[in-house]
Each structure stands twice: as structure tokens, then as C-alpha cells.
Design a protein around this ligand. Structure first.
Ligand SMILES: Cc1ncc(COP(=O)(O)O)c(C=O)c1O
Length: 477
């Protein structure tokens, strides 16, 4: 209990005053049991007699009820009613907080929680073996890590492992010093906004786009410039003539449409960034999950002019609550990002970083990835087969062999009909997630995101069948 003694007069008097003040201003509320006298005496380094005397005084004045030995409780005689005087002006929250409030409410993703077939996207696949392995890694890391040292850029061992991984998997050749470990993509976007975006700066976002990037940029006061996405990803010929500060893209697997940015567009985008002296944030959120033989290398791997800030996350690969990811930084931005990271949270938790570094070094991470990739591929194929059988030509499937969700475009649906379809499906136990809220402007076509991480292959087939029945219903009405 935090009590400040005022140093005036006998100690028991000082303690009595401090307790009265705490009761009056509501820090100790009516009905709360005061700590036992021995405990409070120890905590405040006073004698027990002093505390007993203070409690007796409070009892005599009606501040507390109860007897010594059976507990002392704050009575309602002197307690302050919990109201806030209306004439006291309360300072308004910052512009940042106000702008953050204005962004759309993303609780939409939770609407279908608990349904039999929720096609939720964005959650990694659950793997009980991973939980056990992770538990062992944490115990090991807690025993062997130097706990009171945190490097702002992240644990060197994890940065090294991340470098090896990126060279092997994404064709990115870098040194540990090029990396800052962060608490996931969200922090990477937030730090990028802090370091690069002033209020009113123009930032290009894909249309449609990842909602959390949108939210973070709006909170920082960016002026968003949506640029259309088609089947080859961002339509680079439509990038604005006036230079933006930053372009946020998901080239490997556009979120949410699933398109892969073609090689020609990658070159165009890099040229644009060079000509317009702007930065590119490459969000490679599910780069690990590719089911074709020759995936395209990351945009960062083609970037000879150091304009790309490459962001990856471990939370998508392992489990959402891990909150670890990384940024590969252009050399000129490194210092500023480290300052921002330090001001934000000093560094990421050291035990989790050490556990992950060892998990990667030991091969457990790759094993988990192999298993997850195999299982996801099976689930994806089951969903595809189900859609082809039951939804047939009423939808167009975006058939990119990667990721953790499929995108389907609905033929002949407008916004209202899509909403009605989502509601109808919900009532039958099928959670569908519309694409429309992921646009800044009104979309020219209606789509759905079908996440396949949370359901087994047989369940996905059943979900596809149910989806087909819902489409039947709307055909007849
Ligand atoms: C486009 C995109 N980027 C990044 C992420 C993951 O972000 P984080 O690492 O903050 O969990 C997601 C999660 O759904 C996503 O859809």
C-alpha cells in the first residue's frame, strides 16, 4: 500500500493522517480490509504499536469498523463518493489518441467467434507439439540467459539466426547489424510511422490493405493514398505523381487479395521509389508459407538502392501471442529506428528471444515450419476442392499457392447482398469474413477471405458445402 507520511509530529499521528487521506480521496475504498497491523508495520518499517495506535484512532473516529484480530474494514462514514466534479476541466487526449479512436472498429473479426465453421483468417495453425517444445525452450533459456542485459536491437543470437533464415528462405543477404528485433509487424509499422511520417505526409496503401497498418498510419496523422491492386498486385502505373513519404506493400501475398506482385511490377516499384525518393515498407507477413516450387524472392532482395524496409513476423509462424518479429533496415535508418525502439519499450523480452534463437539453431523451428506448411497445404487443397464442387462458378478463387487464407470474389454481388450472405451464413454456423471493410473507398467487387488455419481438412470440406448451400439460397431469392 502506498502511503506517504508527512513527517509532522508522532509517527502514529502521521500514519493516521495518511490513511484518512487515502480513504477520503478514494484510494482505499469502502469495505476494503486494511492490511494486518504486523504486515503494514513491516512494509512501512514502523513498529507494530505505532500501526495499532493509528488503527485505534481511525476506529474511534469512525473511519474503520471491526476489531483487532478480526480485521479492520473501511466504513462508509467518511469515504468520498466516487464522482468527478463536473466543473473540473479534463485535458483532452492527444491528437494521436483522437485519431486512433476514429479508425474503424475491427471487432468485426470476432463476430463469428464460437461458430461451428469460422473461416477466421490471420491466426496461425495450432500445434500442441509446438507448445511442448516451446515450454522446454523457455525453461532452458531462463536457466542460461544473462537476464539483466537487453540489447535494444535485439539479442545477437536471434539476429544471427534470423539472417541465416532470411538468406535461406527469402534470398535476403544481410548482417545481424541490419536487423532490429521487434514485437511483431505491428510494432514495426508503428516505429516506421514514428521515424518516417510527419502529420500530413502522404503514405501509399494498397487498396484493399492490412487494417492494422491503416490504423497505425492514421493515428500518426498520415494522409493515406490508396492505390488499386489487381491480379498482379499493386498497380504501379497508378502510383501518385506527387511523391509520398512511404509505400506500404505486401508483395509476396497481397493482403487481403492474395495476389503476388509480378517481377515487372517489383522493378517498377523500386524505380518509382528511387525517382520519388520515398521508402517502401515490405510486409512479408506469411512469406514462410509457400506451396509452389519456385516462389519469388522478397522485394528487399532486389533492392540495390536501400529503399526497402523489410518486415517479418514470428507470431504468424509460431503462435499469435509470441509477439516477436524483425525489421531489416536500410543503413541510413538504423540509428533512428533503434532510438524509436528504445523510447517505445527499450527492447524485446530477453528470455523469449533466447528461446527462439535456440529453437532456430537446433532445427526445431524448421521442423515446425515443415509440418505446418504440409498441414496448411492439405487444408488449402481441401478447401479448394470443396469450393470447386459446391461454390462452382459463382465465385472466382484467387489461386495463389501460399498463405493461410483463400480469397474468393463473389459474382453478381453488391455490398448489401454480401452483407446479407454473411448474416445468413452466420445463422447457419458458418463465419464468413467480407473484404469490403479492408478498403478505404467503396470496392468495385465483393470478396470474402476464407481462413483455413482453424479447421481440419474434413471440416473445411463441410464448410465449403455449407457455403455452397448459402449461395444456393441467394440464387433462389
Ligand atoms: C498483412 C499482415 N501483416 C502482418 C500481420 C501480423 O502482424 P503481427 O506480427 O503484428 O502479429 C498480419 C496478421 O494478420 C497481417 O495480416
Amino acid at each position: 500500500m502506498y502511503l506517504e507520511l508527512d513527517g509532522q509530529g508522532p509517527l502514529y499521528d502521521q500514519l493516521t493522517r495518511a490513511l484518512k487521506l487515502a480513504i477520503r480521496d478514494g484510494r482505499i475504498t469502502v469495505g476494503t480490509q486494511l492490511p494486518p497491523t504486523r504486515e503494514l508495520a513491516e512494509e512501512l518499517e514502523l513498529s507494530r504499536t505505532t500501526v495499532l495506535a493509528a488503527y485505534e484512532q481511525l476506529r474511534a473516529e469512525g473511519f474503520i469498523d471491526g476489531r483487532v484480530g478480526s480485521g479492520s474494514y473501511v466504513s462508509d462514514l467518511h469515504a468520498r463518493p466516487i464522482t468527478h466534479p463536473s466543473n473540473v476541466p479534463i485535458a483532452a487526449p492527444s491528437r494521436y489518441a483522437q485519431r486512433a479512436r476514429e479508425v474503424r472498429n475491427w471487432d468485426i473479426a470476432r463476430l463469428h467467434r464460437g461458430l461451428r465453421y469460422d473461416m477466421q483468417y490471420g491466426n496461425p495453425i495450432l500445434n500442441p507439439a509446438l507448445n511442448n517444445a516451446w515450454g522446454r525452450e523457455l525453461t532452458r533459456a531462463a536457466a542460461y540467459t544473462r537476464l539483466n542485459i537487453s540489447e535494444v536491437a535485439g539479442l545477437l543470437a536471434l539476429r544471427k539466426q534470423t539472417c541465416d533464415y532470411l538468406a535461406r528462405r527469402r534470398g535476403i543477404q544481410i548482417q545481424p547489424d541490419d536487423i532490429v528485433i521487434v514485437s511483431g509487424t505491428q510494432q514495426a509499422i508503428e516505429l516506421t510511422a514514428r521515424v518516417l511520417v510527419n502529420e500530413g505526409d502522404r503514405v501509399v496503401l494498397e487498396e484493399p490493405h492490412y487494417f492494422s497498418a491503416h490504423q497505425a498510419l492514421v493515428a500518426h496523422g498520415a494522409e493515406l493514398v490508396p492505390v488499386r491492386v489487381d491480379d498482379e498486385g499493386l498497380v504501379c502505373s497508378e502510383l501518385p505523381e506527387e511523391s509520398p513519404r512511404l509505400i506500404v506493400v505486401t508483395p509476396s501475398h497481397q493482403f487481403p487479395t492474395g495476389a503476388v506482385l509480378s517481377m515487372q511490377r517489383r522493378q517498377q516499384l523500386l524505380q518509382y521509389a528511387e525517382q520519388h525518393q520515398c521508402w517502401i515498407l515490405e510486409d512479408d507477413y506469411d512469406g514462410e508459407f509457400r506451396y509452389d516450387a519456385h516462389p519469388l524472392a522478397a522485394l528487399r532482395a532486389l533492392d540495390e538502392l536501400d529503399r526497402v524496409i523489410y518486415v517479418g513476423t514470428f507470431s504468424k509462424v509460431m503462435f499469435g501471442g509470441l509477439r516477436l518479429g524483425y525489421i531489416v533496415l536500410p543503413a541510413t535508418l538504423r540509428g533512428d529506428f533503434i532510438n524509436a525502439k528504445y523510447l517505445n519499450d527499450i527492447a524485446c523480452p530477453v528470455i523469449e528471444q533466447a528461446a527462439l534463437a535456440h529453437f532456430m539453431e537446433d532445427g526445431g523451428f524448421e521442423r515446425h515450419l515443415r509440418l505446418a506448411r504440409k498441414e496448411l497445404k492439405t487444408r488449402r487443397e481441401a478447401l479448394m476442392a470443396g469450393l470447386k464442387e459446391y461454390a462452382r462458378d459463382r465465385v472466382t478463387i484467387c489461386d495463389t499457392p501460399s498463405g493461410m487464407h483463400l480469397t474468393v470474389w463473389l459474382r453478381g454481388y453488391d455490398g448489401a447482398r454480401t452483407q446479407a450472405l454473411v448474416e445468413y451464413a452466420h445463422d447457419r454456423g458458418l463465419g464468413l469474413h467480407p473484404m469490403a471493410p479492408l478498403y478505404l473507398n467503396t470496392p468495385d467487387r465483393q470478396g470474402l477471405l476464407l481462413g483455413y488455419c482453424g479447421l481440419s481438412a474434413p471440416d473445411l470440406r463441410e464448410a465449403a458445402q455449407l457455403f455452397g448451400e448459402c449461395l444456393d439460397h441467394f440464387e433462389l431469392h
